[in-house]
Design a protein around this ligand. Structure first.
Ligand SMILES: [Fe+2]
Length: 355
């Protein structure tokens, strides 16, 4: 197999790059933490905001990702952590160099140990349907959170496609904050404090089947089942159907029962989900710490090719004193309702005075 394709994609490591993924590290700074809660600098550029659901997924118009000030980049990181996934259209100037530059503003960039990448920029993985393995081994087509098998999994992923089918090839995201909030208190009590082992077994199988050489170690890591998002301070479920092998300390059948149940909620609860229809120059950026996603594999024999920059996050942690999205949402909604009622009342008073 030729390691490099004509369009500058490297499939298999050579001696020179066989350990580059071993240099992956964790973020030493939490991008977005402490940003202006109102995000005034970011929203000064926004011409239109479309919330896909009340709690999850937003499309922003008017923002040029290549032109963000440092303050706007921080506020955007915080906004993505809150909304889970944020979409942008018409980002035609987000080329390879700018794609890398945007990710690097938020943390160290992850080099994938197996997925094909751009030869000059190993931080850019190439998601080309021509290069992906048979469906069973195509991790993109099952619910997951990017590279959760790493000791410091991804905080943010930034994805852009340059080739999309005329129809199909959408991506669906599911909100892991709502997944946590939907559980009963006894089940929350059971899960909080547990850890689960995330493994890169699937890539070991792909490696064995394809003979591709890896760009570094294929890691396994143990992470909290309930994870605190360090930006929002909210609890989310951090297990997924592709990489989570088992919940530590439980019997195999207990572990399978719980993981299957959580995966089932992720895939079936429609109110947790948003679906995005890609167009040329569209960009999606999501928070892997508190969401899951899956491609929709409906477009064969057409092809799809995208480029992803993956930002490494902090080592996952669980803080029992964390808040929740449900609490924050309720507090915001109550404040809005109280303000509306006050406005109505003051309108009534002024009408009375006029009379
Ligand atoms: Fe992914």
């Amino acid at each position: 197999m030729a390691p490099v394709l004509s369009d500058n994609v490297i499939l298999s490591a050579t001696e020179k790059d066989a350990t580059i993924a071993d240099r992956n590290t964790h973020a030493t700074r939490i991008a977005g933490k402490g940003a202006d809660p109102e995000k005034k600098a970011l929203f000064a550029s926004v011409t239109k905001r479309i919330d896909y659901t009340p709690k999850f997924g937003t499309e922003l118009h008017g923002v040029r990702l290549t032109q963000l000030t440092d303050q706007q980049a921080e506020e955007l990181a915080a906004f993505i952590a809150e909304r889970g996934v944020v979409f942008f259209r018409d980002q035609d100037d987000l080329d390879t160099k700018e794609h890398v530059r945007l990710g690097a503003r938020w943390g160290p960039l992850h080099v994938h140990p197996l997925v094909p990448h751009n030869q000059e920029n190993p931080e850019i993985i190439v998601l080309d349907s021509r290069l992906t393995p048979a469906n069973r081994y195509n991790t993109n087509n099952y619910w997951h959170s990017d590279v959760s098998f790493e000791p410091a999994p991804s905080s943010f992923s930034i994805l852009k496609f340059d080739e999309i089918p005329d129809a199909g090839g959408d991506t669906v995201w599911s909100d892991a904050y709502q997944l946590y909030d939907s559980l009963s208190q006894p089940i929350k009590n059971l899960l909080e404090g547990l850890t689960a082992t995330h493994s890169s077994d699937i890539f070991k199988i792909i490696q064995a089947n394809t003979g591709r050489k890896t760009f570094g170690k294929l890691n396994d890591s143990s992470h909290p089942v309930v994870r605190t998002n360090p930006v929002t301070g909210w609890k989310a479920i951090f297990t997924n159907s592709v990489f989570t092998r088992e919940i530590d300390g439980l019997s195999p059948s207990e572990s399978k029962w719980i993981l299957d149940y959580l995966n089932d909620l992720t895939s079936k609860r429609l109110e947790f989900q948003v679906r995005f229809k890609w167009a040329k120059h569209s960009v999606a950026i999501w928070d892997n710490r508190s969401s899951h996603h899956s491609a929709v594999p409906d477009f064969k024999p057409y092809n799809r090719r995208g480029f992803r920059v993956t930002v490494s996050g902090e080592v996952p942690f669980y803080d029992p004193n964390s808040g929740t999205q449900a609490q924050a949402f309720e507090a915001t909604a109550n404040a809005i309702i109280a303000r509306q009622e006050a406005e109505e009342k003051s309108k009534g008073n002024s009408t009375l005075q006029l009379a």
